[in-house]
Design a protein. Sequence first.
Length: 129
Amino acid sequence: MMTEVPMPEGRGSRIGDTPGLRPGPGGFAARTHPQKPDRLRAAADLLDQAAAADDKAAGRFAEARVDSTPFGISPQARELAARWATALAAREADARVLGDATSDLAGRLRMAAVSTRSTGFRGRLAVAP
C-alpha cells in the first residue's frame, strides 16, 4: 500500500495562500469559469507584481555588473572578473526575459477576465520557458 506524501510549496509562493487562487481538483487554471473574472484579475495582479520584481532584479544585476570593483591586476583576477561580469549579464538577461513573459501572461489573463470567448481562452495557459 502506497501512502501519498504531499509536495511542499516552494519558498515565497503566495498563490496557495490566496483563497481564490488555491488549486482545485484539476490543478491551477484547470477549471476557469467565465463567471469568475475576479479570480483571473487577481492572478494577473500577482503576475504583475512578479514581473515588477523581475525588472527590479534585472536592474540590480545590471548595477552590480557596472559597479563591480576589480579583483586585482593578476591574470587570474582579470579572468575571475570577466567571468563574474558574464554571469551577471546572463542573469540580467534571464530576469528581463522572465519579466517580459510574466507580463505577457498577466495581459492574457486580463483579456480572459473580460471575455473567455473573444480571446480563445479555454482554461489553460501555456508559457514557453
